[in-house]
Design a protein around this ligand. Structure first.
Ligand SMILES: *Cc1c(COP(=O)(O)O)cnc(C)c1O
Length: 380
């Protein structure tokens, strides 16, 4: 049995009970459990709005689509973004025919506010900030900068379910925060996500747009007192099929009850790694920003000759991860090639150590021991 990077934990019996309710009621689509989960998420996070979607990728696109239409952004207007992310963040910019402009990252692997500032031009409209591994990095400084310069700010909070910054859940001081409940995230479902706009009018619009631009969702129509007109609706814009469904929401409802407990365990394991790694030469952990309590989706370190280290770990049954390859090395994003030296340098050394709820303290110790061996085995 090897030690894997991610092993999602599902509370099977509780999930099956929630799903059974949907099946018995005959309601698996939009509404019902999706509404229940949205309410629970707002209660949990303290965020004013939450709309359940089929994925975080859909949410990032929807956020940019709504902001672009509202503010009249033109084709090729610029969005400042990070090269160190899952491609969803940057694809969302291209979906709206906007231009990604890459800024460099800091030691937290998040956007460096000074680099962001240096990339602002008269065509800059928005910033996409990724909370890497649950870390908020210098998000507060980026929020300040965006306010000062009149830029929209979208938080890709795919890793941040449960992250606090200065004591509150992230998402309050940005235009939109988008969470992911994809299969291996901190709150795993199968595939789903949540878009949390600060502005309720945008939230209402997101609800229409995620259901093809239709004015009333099927659940609302079902609740219309005059049954004769239940079939009637209007189409106000060309929307998308991005809403989440009740089966995924049922999974999420059962899983949400354990998110705090799970994240606490992730932080415990991370502290254990923190305490053991100083004994391993040449391995530098990525620190969590001050004032941030991270969800600890990832535990990342920088190591020399990363690919050799990965190979060594694999031979010993340990599967680490890499988050992420610098996006400007992909043909889609070549425009940014060479513009973010810190991201490029870090990307070549990054390693994510196994971190999940089935990992024992002993497993974490084994990972560190084997990592130490791997580093010792490197040619001088
Ligand atoms: C997983 C992930 C996404 C995409 O989330 P989905 O819910 O799978 O669409 C976006 N950004 C980052 C940083 C991610 O890790």
């Amino acid at each position: 049995m090897g030690i894997n990077l991610f092993v999602p934990k599902f509370r099977t019996q509780e999930i099956l009970k929630e799903i059974e309710v949907c099946l018995e009621k005959g309601w698996t689509g939009l509404g019902f459990k999706t509404v229940e989960f949205e309410e629970k998420w707002k209660e949990y996070s303290g965020l004013p709005c939450a709309h359940f979607l089929s994925s975080n990728t859909a949410g990032l696109h929807l956020a940019l689509n709504i902001l672009r239409e509202e503010r009249g952004w033109k084709e090729a207007d610029e969005v400042i973004t990070t090269p160190l992310t899952f491609v969803s963040t940057n694809h969302a910019i291209l979906y709206e025919r906007l231009t990604p402009v890459f800024a460099d990252v800091d030691d937290y692997l998040c956007l460096d506010p000074r680099s962001v500032e240096s990339r602002i031009t008269p065509r800059t409209r928005a910033v996409m900030f990724v909370g890497m591994g649950g870390n908020a990095g210098q998000l507060e400084a980026v929020i300040g900068l965006c306010r000062e310069r009149g830029l929209a700010l979208i938080l890709d909070a795919a890793h941040m379910a449960g992250t606090r910054l200065v004591g509150e859940h992230v998402g309050r001081h940005v235009d939109a925060a988008v969470f992911s409940f994809q299969a291996v995230k901190n709150l795993p479902t199968g595939d789903s996500g949540m878009i949390c706009f600060a502005d309720p009018a945008r939230d209402r619009l997101a609800r229409k747009k995620s259901w093809l631009g239709i004015s009333k969702d099927t659940y609302e129509r079902f609740a219309t007192p005059d049954a004769t007109y239940r079939w009637r609706y209007d189409v106000e814009s060309v929307g998308f099929k991005y809403h989440g469904n009740s089966l995924m929401a049922a999974v999420a409802l059962a899983q949400l009850k354990y998110l705090e407990e799970d994240n606490t365990r992730r932080r415990e394991l991370s502290s254990l790694y923190d305490s053991l790694l100083p004994q391993v030469p040449a391995v530098t952990p990525v620190r969590t920003a001050p004032r941030c309590v991270s969800s600890r989706h990832l535990y990342q370190v920088c190591v020399p000759r990363r690919d050799d280290v990965v190979e060594f770990l694999h031979r010993r049954g340990i599967s680490p991860g890499v988050h992420y390859v610098d996006n400007t090395t992909y043909p889609m994003y070549r425009s940014g090639d060479g513009t973010c030296p810190v991201a490029r340098r870090k990307s070549d050394t990054l390693l994510s150590l196994p971190l999940h709820l089935n990992l024992s303290d002993g497993d974490a110790r084994t990972v560190v021991e084997v990592l130490a061996e791997a580093v010792r085995a490197l040619p001088a």
